[in-house]
Design a protein around this ligand. Structure first.
Ligand SMILES: Cc1cc2nc3c(=O)[nH]c(=O)nc-3n(C[C@H](O)[C@H](O)[C@H](O)COP(=O)(O)OP(=O)(O)OC[C@H]3O[C@@H](n4cnc5c(N)ncnc54)[C@H](O)[C@@H]3O)c2cc1C
Length: 454
């Protein structure tokens, strides 16, 4: 089977689904492809920060998310292993909503906007077709491309025509073939452009004929094969013999619980080198997500329950909190390794969004905000590329600069906080400072946040 689309978005988590919706709303034909069945549980604190809510609003998705019955969160409550604690008000309203509900709802939104959603479909390879240089572009692109099905954007394209006396000088790839495996069968999709939204943990070979970086700046085409991304998801347990887990520094796990009453707070319990976060989500459920050093996991049976119990033994207040907790069957997930030092890499043979680009330490609770922001930065550039207004090199250059500009500061502070966590006495010191000066604590949290969208 071969389908042809304008854009293939590889990975249908938060970043991929949102990007697919945006591009479909612009009138392009979009394929959104994910290896998993949905709904599915995913390792995440399920805390949508005030910044995430702004991003959802900007792309018209907030109302949908609010309709899923999320819990409001207005403060962060930090508890270090010695028992001292501090409460920090959040700079705005946040919410707790499970990824089980959220991601499936975003698929529906993308599909409603016209995206073709392929689930249980693993992308196994991406092949770029041959590059065409500026002269060919001129010959082939007297008429810039237009989206297929949007009256509003047809109009925008006419205006664009008038402004485009000079077609783009940038070289374009002649499209891509995406190799997909579904239920034991292989099929291929053809796309004019392709965007990776496959999270932090996949290895997919991307074969490019060298047209992507620098060919419209005079670079020589050269065949390159990239194996994108490095970690692996192992659900529901972290197997110590898993090759990916063998050399890892951190593992992430999550489970839902009933039997815990929570107010409008996210609770972060620190243990040496890591933390366990509790957040209220829909239907009276509490999500527990942990990011823990590998050493802690080694002494356990590698099950999610075993890992969380081991963490709880290192923080008596957490142990008390979980005393009456009942795990929700089937809600467990685990991921290893969690690589907190990657990126930001806006481009790895193809454009990347979300965790594929960079991962802010989960402690900051802002990964979803960064995923949404990267999608919002990438969508207009993809649109310009598809219209023939810019080439791939310009797209890469502009997108890379935008990510650097917006993500560098929160990443720097987020990584500093994460590193501080590894020093046994640091959480106590940070909390002591936060008690003395709530404004200082609020400022530190703010430093890990994206600035509002312009
Ligand atoms: C322990 C932990 C706690 C966290 N807590 C929070 C929090 O409270 N708040 C917050 O904002 N962020 C949090 N994060 C970060 C947040 O989960 C991520 O930033 C967010 O999920 C990124 O979204 P994404 O769409 O880029 O990637 P993902 O949500 O990972 O989606 C990627 C998708 O790609 C699919 N995929 C991968 N490979 C392929 C392939 N070859 N073919 C097809 N599909 C493929 C996967 O199945 C997946 O569905 C946390 C992370 C961890 C590890």
């Amino acid at each position: 089977m071969i389908d042809k689309v304008d854009v293939a978005v590889l990975g249908a988590g938060l970043a991929g689904s949102t990007l697919a919706k945006m591009l479909a709303d612009m009138g392009w034909s979009v394929a959104l492809i994910d290896r998993q069945h949905f709904p599915r549980h995913k390792v995440c604190g399920e805390f949508l920060s005030p910044e995430s809510l702004q991003s959802l609003e900007a792309c018209g998705l907030l109302q949908l998310v609010e309709s899923l019955g999320p819990r409001t969160i207005t403060e962060a409550y930090l508890i270090e292993s010695g028992g001292s604690s501090v409460s920090i008000p959040l700079p705005g309203r946040a919410i707790g909503i499970s990824r089980y509900c959220l991601d499936a709802a975003l698929h529906e939104a993308a599909a409603k906007s016209g995206a073709l959603v392929y689930t249980a479909s693993t992308v196994t390879g991406v092949r770029a077709h041959h590059a065409h240089h500026a002269q060919h572009q001129h010959a082939n692109q007297a008429q810039p491309a237009q989206p297929a099905h949007s009256a509003q954007h047809q109009h925008a394209n006419h205006a664009n025509h008038a402004n485009q006396a000079q077609p783009a000088h940038a070289a374009h790839c002649h499209g891509y073939t995406i190799e997909v495996r579904r239920q034991g069968h292989n099929f291929e999709l053809e796309a004019r452009t392709v965007i990776a939204a496959w999270g932090a943990g996949r290895r997919v070979p991307v074969t490019t004929p060298g047209c992507i970086s620098g060919s419209d700046l005079g670079g020589q085409p050269a065949m390159r094969v990239r194996a994108a991304n490095r970690s692996a998801e192992a659900e529901p347990s972290v197997n110590r013999r898993h090759p990916a887990a063998a050399g890892t520094a951190h593992v992430g796990v999550k489970t839902h619980f009933t039997g815990i009453g929570m107010g409008p707070s996210v609770e972060l319990y620190f243990v040496p080198g890591g933390y366990v976060g509790l957040a209220p989500v829909e239907d009276g459920i509490v999500n527990a997500a942990a990011l823990l050093p590998r050493e802690l996991v080694r002494g356990t049976d590698s099950s999610v329950a075993g890992i969380i119990a081991a963490a709880a033994r290192m923080n008596p207040k957490l142990q008390q909190r979980l005393a009456a907790a009942v795990p929700v069957p089937g809600s467990q997930a685990a991921v290893a390794p969690v690589d907190l030092q990657r990126g930001p890499a806006a481009w790895d043979a193809i454009p990347q969004v979300g965790d594929a680009t960079v991962m802010i330490p989960p402690l900051c609770g802002d990964g979803m905000s960064m995923a949404l922001r990267s999608a919002a930065l990438c969508a207009p550039l993809a649109n310009s590329y598809l219209r023939g207004e810019i080439g791939l090199a310009r797209w890469e250059e502009t997108y890379t600069a935008a990510l650097q500009r917006e993500f560098s500061r929160p990443l720097r502070w987020g990584r500093l906080l994460q590193t501080a966590l590894g020093v046994s006495w640091m959480p106590r010191v940070v909390m002591g400072l936060a008690q003395l000066s709530p404004a200082l604590a609020a400022g530190l949290i703010q430093a890990t946040r994206l600035k509002p969208e312009r």
